[in-house]
Design a protein. Structure first.
Length: 233
């Protein structure tokens, strides 16, 4: 079942120390317009994985005595070569996760060498996938995006390896509700006033998505001003 476009619980908090514009950190931008992550680190993982597969393939091939035994080594080697090529040459600019708060759009990585998938956030389908351990009990939960922007007969869901899928999804929904204040976290503090002034100029329109928790303004004064607008409706 798809997750509702709803703030389910108190969201993941984005602090200013999480933003890394120049280094190897994932989060590149977080303000009142754009939230941007780079997922290019997965390319490095593919390169390492491919290199390991090549080593295994060569080792198995060297150990094989019959021609029929070369099938498995060949699969490992050729698969490893593909993953190394992909890891080295796939465009890292394609491996992004971007939320555009004002335009209401989302972009996230497509498979292999394809450019990012992009569409309206309100149309995005997300699910929580639960993996099991060796005893058959539920183990880890992952947030996954179902491809709704470029439908294909056979497709894989894009997985987000976060610590808490519901908190992550609640953050995405809150951030993408441009009629609400910015989510909690010091990363957004420099932009709260201008975001407030934008919504005030628009006469504080009603939220786009429901919420299970309060989402007040940053200050009591701002909260009173917003409530006064709503009472005048």
């Amino acid at each position: 079942m798809s997750l509702p476009h709803q703030i389910l619980e108190y969201p993941r908090v984005i602090n200013i120390g999480s933003i890394d514009n120049e280094g190897k950190g994932m989060l590149k931008r977080a303000d009142d317009k754009i939230y941007l992550e780079s997922h290019a680190h997965r390319k490095r993982i593919n390169t390492i994985f491919g290199g390991g597969a090549i080593v295994i393939g060569v080792w198995l091939g060297a150990s094989a005595e019959l021609s029929s035994q070369y099938i498995v080594p060949a699969i490992f080697t050729l698969g490893g070569v593909f993953w190394v090529i992909y890891g080295l040459f796939a465009n890292k600019k394609y491996k992004i996760f971007e939320l555009n708060r004002l335009e209401g759009t989302v972009a996230y990585p497509d498979h292999y060498f394809n450019p990012p998938l992009k569409g309206k956030f309100k149309d995005l389908k997300a699910v929580i996938s639960v993996s099991g351990n060796i005893d058959g009990y539920a183990d880890s939960e992952y947030l996954k995006f179902v491809n709704t922007f470029k439908p294909r007969k056979l497709d894989l869901l894009y997985t987000f390896y976060g610590s808490d899928p519901k908190k992550d999804w609640s953050f995405y929904v809150w951030y993408m509700d441009k009629n609400r204040p910015l989510p909690p976290g010091t990363a957004f503090d420099p932009y709260r006033q201008q975001d407030f002034e934008r919504r005030k100029a628009e006469r504080f329109p009603k939220p786009l998505y429901p919420s299970n928790i309060p989402t007040p303004e940053a200050t009591p004064e701002q909260q009173k001003e917003r409530e006064r607008f709503w009472k005048e409706w």
